[in-house]
Ligand binder design. Structure first.
Ligand code: NDP
Length: 344
């Protein structure tokens, strides 16, 4: 294996506001050494996710930042090429936090074996991976949608939002999506079966979302924050539940936004309407992993749950793709194809 090199993308600068390509550097390095109990994998797919923007900041939020000069963090689907763990053999397909690189070595216990018979292996970082589990656990544990209630979710064509709305429908609720273009909205209603979808970039967004929710909002699954949140807040019904999953619209902000402080208004809404807000990280529900994946997998097989992937070729294109994701340029679960998929 001496002629093979690893290709890695390092974080080399901390962005102020929007990340830039120069915050990243592509380097070649030696094949990772294989320690006791470790498994060496060739990356097939690298998942790109909004949380990565937070890892580029110096300050810790719920997880440690990536250190400067280190490989960017990321979930991967890989093929085992050497193994010091008897549970994994050469050729096995696995999922784990390999990072932005073409080869990765991880302890066997940090890997999940993927059976290609379950479906496309890329879904193990999508609908049958972290984003799918986020939608499932956040909506069902916190949102608790009831038949005929109205569930609203933004980033509705994306990895988490698309699953949230479809589960809401499976539970008998009305699903209203919010997405960033006419084309995305059309897809959300036509392919994912949402009852309605509204473009948050339209001039009359406020009128449109109000019209799409004639009975108010019972569950608002928060993926974005910013203008979208401010627009839907007055529509919440008494006892509405708000799983706070993500705040991508303010991910690049370096301070508080200008304009009136709405904190007092929000507190009055929480009090008078008895709203429940609960932030969560998918790992809070780690004990529900098996249930989530087996239920989501079953719904896919029954065609009750659909997904859309946005696959970009080449590890070197990961920085631009992540920058685009933060501006809504992806259409579906964003995945980098780092090497050929041997199951296709
Ligand atoms: P998506 O695949 O949905 O991609 C991100 C989408 O966010 C974009 O396509 C865009 O969609 C939307 N977006 C970007 N900027 C804005 C903006 N300024 N205003 C409104 N929408 C915007 O990503 P995911 O499904 O992977 O993630 C969705 C959310 O879930 C994120 O906030 C993420 O951080 C969060 N998350 C949280 C987890 C947790 O454990 N709490 C785990 C996984 C994800 P559009 O063009 O439609 O606006």
């Amino acid at each position: 294996m001496s002629d093979i090199k690893n290709r890695q993308i390092l974080l080399v600068a901390r962005p102020e506001g929007e990340p830039k390509p120069s915050d990243f550097q592509l380097v070649e390095s030696d094949v990772p050494a294989l320690g006791e109990g470790e498994v060496l994998c060739q990356t097939i797919y690298l998942s790109l996710d909004p949380y990565m923007r937070g890892r580029m900041n110096e300050s810790k939020n719920y997880a440690k930042p990536v250190e400067l000069g280190m490989v960017m963090e990321g979930g991967c689907v890989g093929k085992v090429i050497a193994s010091n763990d008897s549970k994994f053999a050469e050729g096995d397909i696995v999922e784990g936090k390999g990072g932005w690189q073409s080869l990765f070595a991880l302890p066997g216990k940090a890997l999940r074996k993927i059976d290609p018979a379950w479906g496309p292996i890329s879904t193990s970082v999508g609908v049958l991976g972290m984003p799918g589990m986020t939608a499932y656990t956040g909506l069902l544990n916190i949102g608790k949608p009831q038949p005929d209630e109205t569930v609203v979710v933004a980033a509705a064509s994306g990895a988490v939002g698309s699953v949230v709305g479809q589960i809401a429908r499976i539970k008998g609720a009305r699903a209203v999506g919010i997405a960033g273009s006419k084309e995305k909205c059309q897809y959300v209603t036509d392919a994912f079966g949402f009852d309605a979808c509204v473009n948050h970039r339209a001039d009359d967004f406020e009128e449109q979302i109000t019209g799409a929710c004639p009975d108010g909002i019972d569950v608002y699954f928060e993926n974005v924050a910013g203008k979208v949140f401010e627009t839907v807040l007055p529509l919440f019904n008494p006892f509405a539940r708000i799983p706070v999953c993500g705040t991508i619209a303010i991910a690049n902000d370096t301070g508080l936004p200008p304009g009136p402080n709405q904190m007092h208004y929000m507190l009055r809404q929480i009090l008078t309407k008895r709203l429940t807000f609960r932030g969560f990280i998918v790992s809070d529900f780690a004990d529900q992993k098996e249930e989530a994946f087996s239920t989501l997998g079953g719904w896919i097989r029954e065609d009750k749950l659909r997904y859309k992937e946005d696959i970009v070729d080449g590890l070197e294109n990961a920085p631009e793709a992540l920058i685009g994701l933060l501006k809504g340029e992806n259409f579906g679960k964003l995945v980098i194809r780092v090497s050929d998929d041997p199951t296709k």
